[in-house]
Design a protein around this ligand. Structure first.
Ligand SMILES: N[C@@H](CCC(=O)NCCCC(=O)O)C(=O)O
Length: 257
């Protein structure tokens, strides 16, 4: 059986005087090395693309983190300067892809911005500048250091009993990294909260009606997926789901050879 393939929606980036559609090495590398899945990076071109035609050709969807934020208008909020930076092309691609992947029963892993997109896609809201909210801790990346320092494993989160995540990680406390200014506000109907930070910030959710693995995490399991057991287990579970989803299609392929 060839390695399964996951769709990875790109960020819109601008460098060398032009626009690129890109995904970071840490995500596609963890998908290949730990989940055992190849990545098709999907341009952030929104409705101009046939989402179903793309999903027909993959075995799962991984929504990555990004420094950009979901447009506030998508969750009924008036836009403020502090809500940016934005990536409307990514929003226009990820939100319909998330909804369609769930409807089709495809494995779905949403990371950091990805959990925020999952929540908005299903009707929830976000809060900005979490660290300024009463009783909340600072979830932003550490103020300095190299990339390893920014993604250091440092924050406790509690995985709730009886959840999808508890089946993968075990219930109780795990340590994660944290690099986000926004967080889930109103949890979307159809999402179950699976893990929370000590200040009550939602750190993981799952799709209640999902016919497959459909999990969002606010932290970054991709970064230490090879060496951190909590991170590794999450990516391994995603890979198992993607391979199981691919198997029937692989048999069809073999049958027609
Ligand atoms: N922009 C959102 C989501 C944060 C996120 O995905 N961070 C990852 C970026 C880290 C990096 O790649 O440098 C928020 O701030 O909440």
């Amino acid at each position: 059986m060839s390695k399964p393939i996951v769709a990875v929606p790109a960020d819109t980036c601008f460098f060398r005087e032009t626009t690129w559609h890109a995904a970071q090495q840490q995500y596609v590398g963890a998908a290949l090395d730990v989940a055992g899945a190849m990545s098709f990076i999907i341009p952030a071109l929104g409705a101009a693309q046939d989402i179903d035609a793309m999903l027909d050709r993959v075995d799962g969807v991984m929504i990555t983190g990004s420094r950009s934020n979901v447009a506030p208008a998508l969750y009924g909020k008036t836009e403020e300067e502090r809500d940016g930076p934005f990536d409307p092309g990514r929003d226009a691609t990820t939100l319909p892809m998330i909804r369609r992947a769930i409807e089709r029963g495809m494995p779905l892993l949403c990371i950091c911005r990805g959990i925020q997109e999952l929540n908005v896609a299903l009707g929830g809201t976000l809060v900005s500048e979490v660290h300024e909210l009463e009783g909340r801790i600072d979830h932003r990346q550490p103020p300095e250091g190299d990339r390893d320092a920014l993604f250091v494993i440092r924050q406790p989160v509690r995985v709730k009993e009886g959840t999808c995540l508890a089946d993968i990680l075990g219930p109780g406390e795990v340590k994660v990294n944290s690099l986000h200014r926004q967080a889930i506000g109103d949890v979307a109907p159809g999402l179950a909260v699976e893990a929370i930070a000590p200040d009550g910030t939602v750190e993981a959710v799952s799709v209640i009606s999902a016919k497959n693995f459909a999990v969002g995490v606010q932290w970054h399991p991709e970064y230490w997926a090879k060496t951190d057991e909590t991170s590794r287990r999450l990516f391994a579970a995603f890979g198992d789901a993607v391979r199981a989803y691919a198997r029937p299609k692989d048999r069809v392929g073999a049958a027609t050879q």
